[in-house]
Design a protein around this ligand. Sequence first.
Ligand code: DGJ
Length: 750
Amino acid sequence: MVGPANCVIVLRSDGVSLVLDVLRGQLPAIVHWGTDLGALELADVEALILSNIDPRGPNLIDEPIRLAILPEHWTGWVGRPGLSGSRAGRAWSPKFTATEVRVDGQPVISTEHRATLISAELASVEVEAVDEVAQLELLIAIELTAGGLIRARVDVINKGGDPYAVNDCVIAFPIPPTAREILDFAGHWGKERVPQRRPLTVGVHLREGRKGRTGPDAATLLHVGVPGFSFAEGEIWAVHTGWSGNHTHYAERVFTGIQVIGGGELLLPGEVILQSGQSYATPWIYGAYGRGLDAVAGRFHRFLRARENHPSTTRPVTINVWEAVYFNHDLDRLAELAEAAAAIGVERYVLDDGWFGGRRNDHAGLGDWTVSPEVWPHGLHPLVDKVTGLGMEFGLWFEPEMINLDSAAAREHPDWIMSTGDRMPVESRHQQVINLGIPECYAYIRDAIFDILAEYKISYIKWDHNRDLIDAGTAPEGRPGVHEQTLAFYRLVDEIKVAHPGLEIESCSSGGARVDLGVLERTDRIWVSDCIDPLERQQMIRWTSQLVPPEMLGSHIASGRSHTTGRVHDLSFRAATAIFGHLGIEWDLTTANAQELADLREWISFYKANRWLLMAGDVVRVDFPDPTVVAYGVLAPDRSQAIYTLALLGRSEVRLPGRLRFPGLDPDRRYRIRPIVVGRPPSGLNPPPWWGAITSEFEPYGERRALGWGLPADGGAGLILSGAALASTGVMAADIHPEHAILYQAEALD
Ligand code: DGJ
């Protein structure tokens, strides 16, 4: 019998303290997660623990309830337990003893009589625990990461002889009673990440993702904060489940007033049954604390940016041909498009769906990953050579986890189609799911992708996934296979990445339906949405950046009339919206007129000149209580420069937008603030007097004279104000027509 662990751990990073109690062999419990408490002694932590014990009273259990990050039912906790499972009805309420703690791999030495205090930064903590009676072991990992995020996950190991069925395993982070307002996201195809708020009341606010993929309707991040929290204000605690399969996010307030936020994988019935010696690993569950939503978002951005292979700031301007040609692949037309793209400064060209097998429309071909000889008699070589010859990178679309019944793969291997075994799942986009959990199937798909990568110079994969996993079992028994499928997807991406260093992968799923840290940890960008209408994209960029930094948001300028909404927008609005993500074009440029091409060229060179800032800066969203105004900016980490935008989404009940604040700058530095006009100015531009010399360069509602990015010939004096003044009083915004946007630049003078 191993002795119980007996220690407390204080982790501090980026303005956050995480204090863990692993005293007397109990599972790790969070004593404090929030604002930095400074250096703590053992006595301080003991005082914190004592201060947190609630009084006993009538009709409460006689022992104080200690809430571990894997909450245990035996303690008297009647909220959602951490681990739910059984051995055919036994061992369903385990009581674990923590036996060993390691911090950054080093065992923590302690005795039964004397607790040890460990203090560290960015550390990784592992706790081993055992229940000898239930014959289960746990390995709990808790980390404080770059950016001040916390994350935790658990391995459950069956040490008994009988099978142990895991029904559910969630991790819970305690939040204080001041946090009473929930913000998470809804959404659907073409309209991803729509914010929704509600009060946290007694009970469970549960978001379940049962689509077998993250889903356009995923909670994405579940925040609970002090009522009325905004981008800049109010303490917030947020949870995110880093998993691309079925998953949960929840917030729970129990009758005692104790509150938690948590998450985990959602397991289907009988999906994980551990035989003797087998283990189940939960995904990472992330926690972010901050004052204001920007602070929370910044933690996720810093975490992703700290990845070893995070893409550089020179994110190449991309053209994706989907909305230009759809399935109509024709070499001459695609080559002409490549020429038009290269001529305006595009750096990467992505050939989308339709190049393989019998894929002439969306009824056939998925699963047959060889170039269609019918459409491409000389393979993709003529197009790849054309694109690379023009100095652009070449990217290619795949949808590796899917299969059409009308394909050679389905005809040869019907057993590779995921199903419950006795019937075909309902079709979606005329397709089914191919079972990567079957080793032969996995090898077939992997080899097919590797063959294409070996034959062509491909720098980029757009990895699509266009249906929900319904009845996704493994034939012939039909046992649930979503868990295995998700792991196999990760394995495949990892294998491809290892074999092809430098190859970028975009996570696309009917647009933005696979956006989570499980996939983001191993990919380079997401396709935010199939809706490229800038009016919609303004909101999507604003809210998707709650998790994803701008350089990972695929953000394209589409044709004037949106293919998803039918709305028509000026190029200036489409482009001013798109440059706040990884810029691309999704438009048949061969149909663009000379003025549009000239403007596009100007926007692309503006993006290239400023991507060092746009693709690496800190995102700040401006709190502006008028729903017709969306304003935000990106600030250089040293606060020497920033680019802001104000977009008018509609017409307000008041005549003018009023003063626009520019938060986030160094309050003690002086900045020159000035508008930037790229290409043609936004329609209806009516500049305020402070634009000064710049106004003389415009003819209202007319053409702009040839200028460099809106600066007048004299360099554009703009206004000089302190960062404090810009953040608190701001400057009068220009009047523009609705569904248009203006850019501003702030440049430090000292
Ligand atoms: C869905 C994606 O979101 C689109 O961009 C496009 O790649 C299509 N699939 C192709 O089938």
